[in-house]
Ligand binder design. Structure first.
Ligand SMILES: NC(=O)c1ccc[n+]([C@@H]2O[C@H](COP(=O)([O-])OP(=O)(O)OC[C@H]3O[C@@H](n4cnc5c(N)ncnc54)[C@H](O)[C@@H]3O)[C@@H](O)[C@H]2O)c1
Length: 399
């Protein structure tokens, strides 16, 4: 059992996989397509971050590969269709940096309310400007959270602990946490919020969601935070509203166009404005988040390889099975066509096996069924299953 981890993945992932019996090779850099093709035979788990491309060619030349772990949020660097076709499970860590984003946003809200960007700049320029003008506590002020998902809800809880009033708007039906109040429209939220913070996802309909109309509907002297997606905000409109004094400050962590490489120049109409905090998409970038990602993704890879669980896989149907403690387990990944489950159960019945539990899930073209049984399925039955025209793979585990 060999795992290859690239791009300096946090050592906690190495420890976690080694503890489960894997021989782990950790490289600091990414590998090119050709290097991966050479390196992957014999490797059952591959760990990458955003700089390694797992292409169809790589997958076609990785006969032993069971799963790819993206130790990051995005999975665009993996050819997911090719991975699914070959039955390779792909995992990522969508929620491991939630707290990091929340803490940055809370820090920014306080910094904006105290007009710290201006004060810090003046101090560095040697100017002592002690004044309470325009400086506020956040206690008692209203925070409007747009997008009440993982980050929005956790921000809600922490902001309430600071004494803020929280209102939120979400297009989905989300329950309120703590004393937060749901707003039935975005306009309602904009009209009463002292700070508006965006935490919506990147679905196509959200492009350009926040522009002149929405900024105009915000309270005069309100503040604006975006640590969600750059493309949802019209930064030219935001600039105009800051220059007019309607918006008292803004903190932006994400931008419609972001530099690709470290050290590349950054252009934005928001540069140089008073009481504006600009950060290079670091909301989720903390050591703690990296460690959490290492722990989370290595755990998903191991539960898949050692127990057959596809919970939170981004491409295979999600079957969340616990660790097998007694008996035998059969995992069958197959094309999503009628009759597969019936034929599998016929086979089990033919050999008189007692099914302890069975779970099936389908996703698009693929179905996955996990069966726990008292007896191992006979070698003949396994061969028939593996050879069936709709089968992608068959795997067995025994406690
Ligand atoms: N700055 C960073 O470094 C960083 C790090 C992690 C996540 N993010 C971004 O933060 C955002 C939120 O992440 P999350 O994990 O909370 O996502 P999530 O999917 O858990 O929550 C998003 C919420 O937004 C809601 N939503 C979508 N469109 C909406 C709309 N037009 N109006 C109102 N509600 C809407 C959804 O129903 C959902 O509840 C994402 O865009 C993510 O990419 C940024």
């Amino acid at each position: 059992m060999k795992a290859l981890l690239l791009e300096n993945i946090h050592p906690v992932a190495v420890e976690s996989l080694e503890a489960k019996g894997y021989e782990v090779e950790l490289l600091a850099r990414s590998l090119s397509e050709d290097e991966l093709v050479e390196a992957l035979p014999g490797v059952s788990l591959l760990g990458i971050r955003s700089n390694t491309n797992v292409t169809g060619k790589v997958l076609a030349n990785a006969p032993d590969l069971l799963a790819v772990g993206c130790f990051c949020i995005g999975t665009n660097q993996v050819d997911l269709a090719a991975a699914t076709e070959r039955g390779v499970a792909v995992f990522n860590a969508p929620y491991s940096n939630t707290r990091s984003v929340v803490e940055l946003v809370i820090g920014e809200i306080i910094a904006l309310a105290r007009r710290l960007p201006e004060k810090i700049e003046k101090m560095h320029a040697g100017v002592w400007d002690k004044s309470a003008k325009g400086s506020h506590e956040v206690r008692g002020r209203t925070l409007g959270i747009v997008g009440y998902g993982n980050i929005g809800t956790q921000l809600s809880t922490v902001a309430e602990a600071l004494g803020m009033r929280v209102v939120f708007f979400d297009t989905a039906d989300r329950p309120a946490h703590g004393n937060a109040r749901r707003m039935s429209t975005l306009d309602e939220l904009l009209a009463i919020s002292d700070v508006v913070s965006l935490h919506i996802d990147g679905r196509p309909g959200n492009a350009g969601l926040f522009g002149h109309e929405q900024f105009s509907k915000m309270k005069p002297r309100a503040m604006f935070v975006n640590a969600a997606r750059g493309m949802v905000v019209d930064t030219e409109s935001l600039r105009e509203h800051i220059l007019s004094g309607h918006i008292a400050g803004a903190a932006m962590d994400v931008f419609p166009v972001e530099p690709k490489a470290q050290g590349d120049p950054f252009e934005s109409p928001l540069r140089g404005l008073d009481n504006v905090i600009l950060t290079p998409h670091v909301g989720g970038s903390t050591q703690e988040a990296q460690e959490e990602i290492g722990w989370f993704v290595s755990g998903k890879l191991a539960s898949f390889a050692l127990h057959g669980s596809t919970a939170l896989s981004v491409n295979l149907p999600a079957v969340n099975v616990p660790e097998l403690r007694t008996g035998h387990r059969l995992g069958f990944l197959h094309r999503n066509v009628p009759g597969v489950l019936a034929r599998l159960n016929e086979m089990l019945a033919e050999q008189g096996d007692n099914v302890v539990q069975q779970q099936l899930a389908t996703r698009g073209e693929v179905g996955y069924v996990v069966t726990d049984a008292a007896q191992p399925l006979s070698a003949g039955s396994l061969e028939r299953l593996a050879a069936s025209e709709n089968g992608l793979w068959v795997r067995t585990w025994s406690a």
